[in-house]
Design a protein around this ligand. Structure first.
Ligand SMILES: [Zn+2]
Length: 278
């Protein structure tokens, strides 16, 4: 069963990459992704393909990792015997609570963000996902890999994730499927299935335009890096679409590009996204 499970996981990644591409880049060329999705779907046994498609109609996630004995989509603690079966991968297992297909994953980087204290004022908009400490107004990196490493290190240094190196590896694997650089100098690199906390966003600006997509034409200056828990995958697509809409507008991009301190960059981000991100 392992080859079929690997196949499903790969197919799931392509389907999510397609949704991300659509949310982040209106008018995106999706032909190449559509072709890969159709080709992979055709190779599946018919019964698996039907089951997978039916699950996808309910939510963008049909197959999800089990991490620390928990279904990462619905949060149910699974019976130990089922966790063993998922690990053995001799058949395709389903979550008894949400019915999604399950696969075993070694734990990668984890979100270690501290929970807010009860006395903290409630947060709104982008403040729920990010912080002034995660703003880099002048990135040092001059190519994709060094910029991703810088943003991941920031997340680790500020106590939001536990392992920058694992995060970098996962983010670059995602870039290999299809670049997250889009028009207007924006890029949205990210890592999904980072459990243990809320969706978290770090942002950096490059002093000069860089070719974030080594194979593409677009040049990038504003990089939004996100770590996304499995259960927030659908919400993430909404957030991506909101950010993409706000920063299609040149005046909003200019506000970010003009900021020369983390404090000013954070204020500009909060202000420009106030209406679009609730
Ligand atoms: Zn579940």
């Amino acid at each position: 069963m392992q080859p079929i499970i690997n196949h499903l996981v790969q197919l799931q990644e392509l389907i999510i990459a397609r949704a991300q591409q659509e949310a982040g880049m209106p008018g995106a060329q999706l032909d190449q992704l559509d072709e890969s999705i159709a080709a992979l779907t055709k190779e599946l046994p018919a019964s698996v393909s039907t089951q997978f498609t039916r699950l996808l109609q309910k939510s963008p996630l049909a197959i999800v990792p089990v991490v620390n004995g928990v279904c990462t989509a619905c949060g149910m603690a699974l019976p130990i015997s089922l966790v063993h079966e998922v690990h053995a991968a001799e058949r395709i297992c389903q979550c008894p609570s949400c019915a999604r297909l399950l696969f075993y994953r070694e734990s990668g980087a984890r979100n270690t963000r501290k929970s807010p204290r009860r006395t903290d004022p409630p947060k709104v908009g982008i403040e729920r996902f990010s912080a002034e400490s995660l703003m880099i107004p002048e990135l040092k990196g001059t190519d994709r890999d060094s910029i991703v490493a810088e943003l991941c290190q920031k997340l680790e240094d500020e106590g939001f994730v536990d392992n920058a190196q694992k995060l970098v590896e996962a983010a670059l694997q995602r870039e290999a499927i299809i670049s997250t650089a889009v028009e207007n100098g924006l890029a949205f690199p990210h890592v999904r299935c980072i459990e243990g906390g809320a969706l978290t966003l770090a942002m950096g600006i490059t002093p000069k335009a860089v070719k974030f997509d080594p194979a593409g034409k677009a040049v990038t200056r504003i990089i939004f890096f996100m770590v996304i828990p499995t259960a927030a995958s659908a919400f993430y697509l909404k957030l991506l679409s909101g950010l993409s809409q706000v920063f299609q507008k040149e005046e909003n991009r200019t506000k970010l590009l003009e900021a020369d301190t983390p404090e000013k960059l954070w204020k500009a981000l909060v202000k420009t996204t106030r209406l679009a991100i609730q």
